[in-house]
Structures are given as C-alpha cells and as structure tokens.
Design a protein around this ligand. Structure first.
Ligand SMILES: Nc1nc2c(ncn2[C@@H]2O[C@H](COP(=O)(O)OP(=O)(O)OP(=O)(O)O)[C@@H](O)[C@H]2O)c(=O)[nH]1
Length: 595
C-alpha cells in the first residue's frame, strides 16, 4: 500500500557514518540473518571495502512493523566524497526524504552543506541525525546549533544516535515512518517510472533500477523508454537488496525495483530516462536529472599495444556500471593507441583505472589529467579540447576559456591564514566569508584546473586535516594560459603536455622537469628532460646514465641474485612505457600533480 511506503536516502559528509547506519537499519528490520551480518554491507565492491568508502549508491527494500502496521522502507545509501556527488543527486531524485547524518564530534562539514542543498532542490523532507554520540568528545548540542546556523534547518525534532552501538536507531526508524511523507502518484494512470541507476550483471544482463511514479510495471509487460523510443518486454522484476534481491511480479506506484529486460548492453537503459507502457504511454517524461558531466580527462593506454581492443571492451563493460565515464579513441605519438577518458574527479579516475586493471586484468598507463578548455579561434570559431596537445598554435588562438568552480571550504579559524594563502596561490577569488562558531565558511571561485588535481591534499596538510571542502562547476571564464611541452631525449612527449597560466609557466616548467628527473630511472645513456613553450626551451634537467647493465654487477656464479634482479626489473617494466628508447614509468605521467 502506497501510504505505507517510505523512500529515503542517507546523506552526509564523508566518514560521518552513512554506511554504518545503513547496516544498522537493515539489521533492525531483520533483512539479514544475524549470522550473515558483516560490516559495510552496502559497500559491495572490493574497492569500497578496502578503502572504506562508498563509491556507488546502493538501494535496499526493507520491511518494518510499527504500531501493528507493515511498512516498506526503501533505503538508499549514498557516497560522501565530492567526486561522487552525482550519485547523490540521482538518489535524491528518487527519494521523498533524506536522513542528514552529522558526526557528533566533527559537526557540519563542506559536503554536509552541499548535500543538503541538493536535498532542498528536490523538496525533500530532511531529518537531522547526529551520529557517534557514543564517543567521549561528542557534542550534539553544538552540532545541532551549527546545523541551524549554517544550513537553516529547524532542529527541534532531531535524532541522536550511535550507528555503532545501535543507540537511538529504532527511534530513528520510527521517525522515518512518522515524518517522511509517503509517495504520491496515481495507481490508475499509465506506467511512469524513472531509471535512477543501471548496471550490468553477467547472468541477467543489463539491469535498470527504477522508481515508479504512476501506475505499475508488471512482469511480461511491453514497456517503452521515452527518450530512445525503444520497446522491450519485462522479463523479470526484483526488489533490491545488497545480498539477496527478491523476485516480484509487479512494482507498484511509489515503489522502487529492478527491471530485467534481458539486454546484452545497457545502451538502451539510460539513467534519467522515463519508462512507460508501450501501448498506453504517459504524456510526459519525468523531469529527472542532468546526465553526469566528466570534469577530468586523461588518456588511458594499454602497456602492451595489442591490448587496445581488450581495453575498449573493458571500458564498454565498466560504463554499464558507471554511466558517468566517457571515452573515445585517441592516439598519442608517445603512447600509441588508447582512449581519452572522462572522469568526475581524481578519486574517480583512480578508482576506474584500478577497476580496469583488476576486473579486466589489464596493465595501463594513465596520462597527465586535464580539465576541458574552450578555445575561441581567430577565425571566430569555438572548439573544446580535452587534451592539451590539441591546443591550436598561438597565432590561431583569440582567447582560451577555462572551467571554474565554486568552492566551499570550512576551516577552524586558527588555519584561516594558511587556507587563504593556498587559495590565492590557486588563483581563487573570494565571494564570501562567514563564521560558524569557531570555524570559518569560505566561498571562492577558483579555476577547476587548480583544484581537481591535488588541492584536497594540500588543503588537508595545511590545516592538519581539519578543513573540509566541496565544489561545483560554474562555467567557463577567460584565462591567460599557454601550453607547456615536455621533451624527453629530444622528443616532445605529447602525453605530458599541460596548459598553465602564462605567469606561472617558468616556475611550473622547472618544477615539472625536476619531478620528472626523480621519476625517470637511469638508462644506459644520458637523458635530457626539457620544458618548452613553443620553440623556446625554458628549463632543462639531465638523468645521468647508469653507464652499465645492472646485471653486470652480479658477475660470477651468483645466479639467484642475478635472476632476482632481472625479475625485479621485469616487474618494474610492467608499469613502464617505452618512449623512443627511454622507459618512462606511470608515476612520471602523474608528476604534474606534484607541481
Ligand atoms: N564510535 C563510532 N564510530 C562510528 C559510528 N558510526 C560510524 N562510525 C565509524 O566511522 C567511520 C566511517 O563510517 P562509514 O559508515 O564508513 O561512513 P560513511 O559516511 O558511510 O563514509 P563514506 O561512505 O565513505 O562517505 C567508520 O570507521 C565507522 O566504524 C558511531 O556511531 N560511533
């Protein structure tokens, strides 16, 4: 029954305890036998378990009894890291309410604020929940004050819990039932459902996770995807559960469920599309959400050149699981054939590269990451480039536009000076500065290029880990920029070119080749590393030669030692790419992040 359904997401800053709370709620609802309980049940990917972070939003359908009535709770656990905020927006687009979790020892952080705004945009009922009250340093009153002050949410009705010990969790579930509205929707209207996630299952094929807004989806029904106009028959339906999804014959108005169409590719299943009945279609599509836009681009190349098609296949499969990546073939003079791949941020890039290598057994090189630039050419045309090596020659360029973000930073006031210095260094412009208790909330516009790479690490180290940070793109602005090329042994390595502010070109060039010098191993000959702007070499370093074969040291009979050394060399080579005669390791391509 529709009035007994509650659809809600859990949102929070990273590490404030979403996944732990999700586990607790699942346990409280008895959806997993106690002997099958394990920590972080909703984080099903190996990488999520190892890194202790949520990457993909996960849904689960639960049953709960309150005052003799049966309720269905559809819970969506969302990721906290800024790279994955797209997952948050689509989870919230299919919810009626959100639990806003705040760590009782930390208080409001940058992503707390960012995620609340997404929830407010979706008109959701927001329940403030203070977590980790079991910790001695917990200060729930101060935290609630901060929520009221920084976000303007009324906290008179809030829940204090410990997701770890379970204190307050039952009361919280009761509050979910009492305060989150049941879904509205017309059961008699034609089918209208939003696809809010999709992924690929080796046995079942492409799957769509949907929220039904009107009517229902039935097994055997012919449905139509309203964007692509494709029609398919529903083979099976399931309710989501991280371990054991259960089969059903129908997904009713207000419910969420998994639709199985027996498709071998997910091309037909576009996240954000509306599903309707093929014979009796609804008039309007659901105003879903924007498709994810990659911010960071890098070339991904197989180390063994004959693995290009394997890489294409792997990217296709991964895209079914993560619609936010984009890729197209590119070739590099230095690296051969690969794919220019778009990511939501650096963490996303790391995760995707790791998944490609692990799940598809590939050895890959990723080139220096870059943002997208827009170029107004002297002939009046505009182009967009995802690779610095595509930048036209200076005499064809009128203006280069670079993407900017609005950055939100929360920092204890004792570190304010350090943070402002860092932001100035990163070409930031201050919009606003507010005090929340003893902390300062900063609002800055900054070139995206300056912050997507290593800003977070620098921010953390300059504030002893106390600052938190979130950003959202705000469009393109003109910049005074130019391309910096790197030559290794006299050859330009296109995969190492970067775009830099003109007034920083010299210092960046020097730092870059210094970093490269440390990373490119000694070869049998001397290797010159040069930074150049156009035809002008602006800095130079030399990697001295080893002068001899490394194994030559192991003269005589020490065969095992010799073999070990050779094996070590071979393993080292796996992550190297031969550029001309020079072996360049993966780290060198990431050296740009260090400058
Ligand atoms: N003491 C205490 N620790 C908790 C509590 N809830 C969560 N934690 C711990 O806090 C850490 C982060 O918890 P997670 O549940 O992974 O946090 P998250 O918000 O899901 O993190 P992301 O998904 O990466 O954004 C873990 O080490 C948990 O064990 C609590 O109530 N008390």
């Amino acid at each position: 029954m529709q009035k007994n359904i509650r659809n809600f997401s859990i949102i929070a800053h990273i590490d404030h305890g979403k996944s732990t709370l999700a586990d607790r709620i699942i346990q409280e609802c008895g959806a997993v036998a106690d002997r099958d309980l394990s920590a972080q049940m909703m984080d099903t990917m190996d990488i999520e378990q190892e890194r202790g972070i949520t990457i993909k939003a996960q849904s689960v359908r639960l049953n709960y009894v309150k005052d003799g009535q049966n309720y269905i709770l559809n819970l969506i656990d969302t990721p906290g890291h800024v790279d994955f905020s797209y997952e948050v927006s689509r989870s919230l687009a299919s919810s009626d309410g959100a639990l806003l979790i705040i760590d009782a020892t930390q208080g409001v952080e940058a992503q707390t604020i960012a995620n609340v705004y997404i929830a407010m945009d979706n008109d959701l009922e927001i329940l403030p929940v203070v977590n980790k009250i079991d910790l001695p340093s917990a200060d729930p009153d101060r935290v609630l004050e901060e929520v009221e002050e920084a976000i303007g949410i009324d906290c008179t009705e809030s829940n204090l819990i410990s997701a770890k010990t379970g204190v307050g969790v039952k009361a919280l579930i009761d509050a979910i039932v009492d305060r989150i509205p049941s879904p509205v929707g017309d059961t008699d209207a034609p089918t209208k459902a939003l696809i809010y996630d999709s992924w690929f299952d080796n046995y079942l094929g492409a799957l769509a996770l949907v929220r039904v807004y009107d009517g229902s989806i039935k097994k055997g029904q012919m449905i139509r995807m309203m964007n692509t106009q494709e029609e398919h028959q529903v083979l099976n339906l399931m309710y989501p559960h991280p371990r054991k999804p259960t089969k059903t014959n129908v997904i009713e108005t207000g419910e969420i469920g998994i639709v199985i169409l027996g498709l071998k590719t997910t091309n037909s299943i576009a996240v954000g599309d509306t599903i309707t009945d093929a014979k009796n279609p609804t008039a309007e599509v659901i105003d879903g959400f924007e498709p994810a836009k990659p911010f960071v681009f890098a070339g991904i190349y197989p180390i063994e050149t004959d693995k290009f098609e394997d890489l294409r296949d792997a990217l296709n499969k991964l895209q079914l699981n993560d619609s936010s990546i984009s890729f197209e073939p590119e070739s590099s003079a230095a690296l051969g054939s690969g794919f220019r791949t778009g990511f939501l941020g650096m963490l996303h890039m790391e995760v995707i590269k790791e998944r490609l290598e692990r799940e598809f057994d590939l050895d890959l090189i990723a080139t220096a990451p870059t943002v997208v630039y827009e170029i107004l050419k002297t002939d009046g045309t505009r182009i967009t480039i995802q690779n610095p090596s595509e930048l036209p020659a200076p005499n064809y360029i009128d203006t280069i536009f670079e993407p900017y973000v609005k950055a939100t930073i929360l920092v204890p006031d004792e570190f304010l000076g350090n943070v402002i210095k860092l932001l100035n260094d990163k070409r930031g412009n201050q919009n606003k500065m507010d005090y929340i208790g003893k902390r300062v909330l900063l609002d800055y516009d900054i070139p995206m290029n300056e912050i997507v790479m290593d800003f977070y690490d620098k921010l953390k180290s300059t504030t002893k880990g106390y600052a938190s940070f979130d950003y959202e793109p705000i469009g393109f602005r003109p910049g005074v920029l130019q391309k910096l090329d790197i030559k290794v042994a006299g050859e330009i390595v296109d995969a190492l070119s970067i775009i830099v502010p003109e007034n920083k070109a010299l210092s960046k060039g020097r730092e870059f080749i210094k970093a490269l010098k440390e990373l490119i191993p000694r070869q049998l000959f001397e290797v010159a590393i040069q930074a150049s702007i156009g035809n002008n070499v602006i800095a130079r370093e030399t990697v001295k030669s080893t002068g001899k074969n490394v194994t030559a040291k192991c003269y005589g009979g020490d065969i095992t030692r010799k073999r070990k050394l050779l094996e070590k060399q071979k393993a080292g080579k796996k992550r190297m790419k031969a550029i001309g005669k020079v072996n360049v390791p993966q780290e060198a391509f990431m050296a740009v992040l260090k400058i």
